[in-house]
Design a protein around this ligand. Sequence first.
Ligand code: GUN
Length: 300
Amino acid sequence: MSAKIIDGKAFAATVRTQVAEHVSRLKQDHGITPGLAVVLVGEDPASQVYVRSKGKQTTEVGMKSVEHKLEVDTSEPDLLAVIDQLNNDPDIHGILVQLPLPKHLDEDLVINSIDPAKDVDGFHISNVGLLGTGQKSMVPCTPLGCLMMLRDYHGSLSGMDAVVIGRSNIVGKPMAQLLLGDSCTVTIAHSRTKDLADVVRRADIVVAAVGRPEMVPGDWIKPGATVIDVGINRLDAPERGEGKTRLVGDVDYDSCAAVAGAITPVPGGVGPMTIACLLANTVTACCRANGLAEPEGLTA
Ligand code: GUN
């Protein structure tokens, strides 16, 4: 058996098209342009790449994109002042503070200073609590993208056994909440889990989000299971030439694809869905802020 490849790149393109249609309607019918502000502190190269990509895709779907690039030694009060200004700006519907922040800044304090209604990352404790209690919230982008792909492939997830490997606040925990919300039986596994192989073998759905290259081998996968690989790990690839690298996920793709029913590739799986969901969350936040109906199919 060979798994169906879930094409996240193509799916993300359809999400962006839906977002663009909504943006266009908001402009035409209501004279509203959704606005997303991204705050970047310091010059982490990976963060700079993400932020540039977010800005480009935001304008491509017709939204307003604002970037605040702050010096690496920006003080906490100065950063909080920028967030306060964005919280009070009626043209800004989504605020994202790029993580990780420089060490001298308190990440929890900073994230929790964002207006929860504008927290398009879904990291504010209010949104975490709302998601955990099944109330309307902003949902973290990467788990939302995974959920969209799972729903698209399976239809209903009700009654399925799901194993999430990884317990981060950004992916593992919210992913588990979303799967529970769709009536899966959910296990969260992590570095201290006993008999991880046996736990994973029970799963109809495996979401791998640990940040360890190719750690899930194919013989852990139940035949026909759906494998969602959140990992993005860069490995040296001398066979491609000197200094070359390649991206791999948290699952060993070839051996898992030989057993799974469906699998997301790396790159081209979960990755492209994350920014698409950020755009979707911004439109959702804009609609809520203006008392308008939310876009269908773009929320949890
Ligand atoms: N850094 C890496 N991923 C993310 C993300 O999803 N949101 C934010 N704010 N920072 C990140």
